[in-house]
Structure formats: C-alpha cells, structure tokens
Design a protein around this ligand. Structure first.
Ligand SMILES: Cc1cc2nc3c(=O)[nH]c(=O)nc-3n(C[C@H](O)[C@H](O)[C@H](O)COP(=O)(O)O)c2cc1C
Length: 305
C-alpha cells in the first residue's frame, strides 16, 4: 500500500515538474537509466534522454503547458495513467508554425515499474485531436457553396491531362486525371486525387507504386479511352512497365513513377501522395484541358514575362 502511494505520488510530482514547469531532471529520479518509451509501431522507441528532449520541445511550442492526471490505476508492477494536456501553441510544433490556438490532447500511459523506477512506458494519445487543434486537418462542416458555382470556378483553371496507372497483380489499370500536382522538389513528391467510385481506385489502394503519364497534344484518343469505363483500356495501346512496374504509355510527353506514401480521404476522393522514383520527359507539347475542352497550345504565343 505504501509503495502504491509512493509510486502514484512520485509520478504526479515528477510529471508536474517536467511537463508543467520544464524541470525535466525530475524524470531522472522517476525513470530508470534503461527506461524505454514506446509510442506505437510508427514511432521509434525513445530512451530517457530522448524523452526529456521531447518534453523540452513540446514545452518550447506550448510554454504554458498543463498536464492533468485524471486517473491512475495500479495492478502489481504496472500503472495505467489517463491524462489530459492543454496549452497555447506559440512555437513551431510538428512543422506547424505558431497558431496561437488553445490545444487539448488526451491519452493514456501504461508504466511498468522495476522496483521504485519506471522501466518501460507505452503511450497512446488521440493524434487526430492534436492535428485538428493545430489546424492540420479539419472535420468541421463548412457553409455549403453551390456545386455549380464551384464547377464554374474550376473551369477557369487550365490543366494538363494525365493518365494515372498501376499494375494490379499483373493487370494494368488506369484513368484520366487532371487533379495532379507537384508537392515538393526536394524530396520530389507529387499528388493525384482519384474519386472513390473509380474502378482504378481499389487497385491504387493495393499497389505500392503508381505511374503518371502526362499526355501529349497528339494523345486525345488516349485521354478519351482513359476517361471512359472501358474494360481493357490498354488493349491496342503501346505501353511498357517502368522500372518500378507502373504502366508507362508510349507517346506521353512526360512520365513519372511514384512510390505511394499517404492515401488521404478527402470528400469524394482519395489524395494519393508519394515520392517520385523515376522520371522522364521529352519535347512533345502537352495536351491541355480547359473549360471542358482539349487544346493543343504548341502554336500559341508566349506572353512577355
Ligand atoms: C480531362 C479529365 C480529367 C479528369 N480528372 C479526374 C481526376 O482528377 N480524378 C478522377 O478521379 N477522375 C478524373 N476524371 C474522370 C475519370 O477519368 C473517369 O471517371 C474514368 O471513367 C474513371 O475510370 P475508372 O472507373 O475505370 O477508373 C477526369 C476525366 C477527364 C476527361
């Protein structure tokens, strides 16, 4: 019983010192020298020094941080702690510059004691709650805008036309996509948005790589086939697998192969992001899509810039 009180009291006081006041040395008395902090399969485990560094980093971003221990349950050498942290975001955190927003995150920590010290901890918390509070993601419903009005706006935006492809266990699949964008050059990353109702969509969830074929002005027929629901869009088409297996269509003016990273659900579409792993382009003019029509801009005059 005495040890129960000691452990609980010790955790409360060390957490308050470290999380609320930045005195991370208090953790040296609570955590054993061989302490390991586990945060799920996506994050590398931390040792005691790394954990202290991460507390310092959180406090730099949220200097008024307060962590409230809502419940502690003990079972033998294990302790389960339910906690809630609040703070104002006034410094860069997870790459997000200060927003001034009040952030609240709750989670649970399971601690294994070895004698008086914590040898190991498993931490889970609601990362969506944190990302939403920082404004990285939003689930809030916005005021509706007339979809026809929005469609009219999109018709003012000129794009190229790509065919996004993938190898589905030996069968090439693909669809016409103009929702393609570069994200970053270093590292080279791109995105494509694919409607969930598309027949190619499930294959893009199974695949590790996708191909992006930027169509040339002479490939209007290819654009039409890949904008259709035809069974075998590759029948009679000249194409070959790229270095990473994605189908690459002959005659395209540029081609990328992309290792798929995230598959973000957004409205009716999935945003596939990824790292460019192979690239080529040539001198052919691109096919252009604008206001519902296709154009060959190779004979247009460039404006002075
Ligand atoms: C110019 C053009 C651009 C398109 N862009 C997209 C797009 O960005 N994302 C998308 O999901 N569908 C887009 N589509 C529609 C698909 O290509 C079309 O729905 C196709 O039939 C889907 O094929 P699938 O169901 O065999 O995958 C576009 C169509 C055209 C003509």
């Amino acid at each position: 019983m005495t040890e129960t009180l000691d452990r609980t009291t010790h955790i409360r006081s060390a957490w308050r010192a470290a999380w609320d006041h930045g005195r991370v040395e208090a953790l040296d008395e609570l955590l054993s020298p061989s302490y390991v902090r586990r945060r799920g399969p996506a994050s590398a485990p931390q040792d005691r020094e790394q954990f202290k560094d991460s507390v310092r980093a959180v406090r730099l971003a949220f200097p008024d941080l307060r962590t409230e221990i809502e419940e502690i349950v003990e079972d033998g050498d294990r302790l389960a702690i339910r906690w809630r942290s609040t703070g104002r975001h006034t410094g860069t955190f997870l790459g997000v510059p200060a927003t001034g927003k009040a952030v609240e995150v709750s989670g649970a920590t399971f601690a294994r004691f070895d004698g008086p010290a914590v040898a190991e901890e498993w931490v889970t918390f609601d990362s969506r709650q944190l990302l939403e509070a920082l404004g990285v993601i939003t689930t809030a419903k916005q005021a509706a805008v007339d979809p026809e009005l929005v469609r009219g706006v999109h018709r003012k935006f000129i794009t190229g036309v790509t065919v996004v492809t993938t190898d589905d266990d030996g069968t090439p699949k693909g669809l016409a996509v103009n929702a393609f964008s570069s994200i970053s050059l270093d590292p080279p990353m791109v995105l494509v948005c694919v409607q969930r109702g598309s027949a190619t969509h499930p294959a893009l969830h199974r695949a590790s790589h996708l191909g992006i074929n930027i169509l040339a002005a002479g490939q209007l027929d290819v654009a039409k086939v890949f904008a259709s629901k035809a069974d075998d869009k590759f029948a009679g088409l000249a194409w070959s697998p790229g270095d990473f297996g994605a189908p690459l269509i002959d005659g395209s003016c540029a081609q990328l192969e992309v290792e798929i990273g995230e598959r973000l659900q957004a409205g009716s579409h999935t945003v596939f992001t990824g790292r460019v792993v192979s690239a080529r382009h040539d001198d052919l003019a691109p096919l252009v899509y604008s206001g519902g029509g296709f154009f060959d801009i190779s004979h247009t005059a460039p404006l002075p810039w």
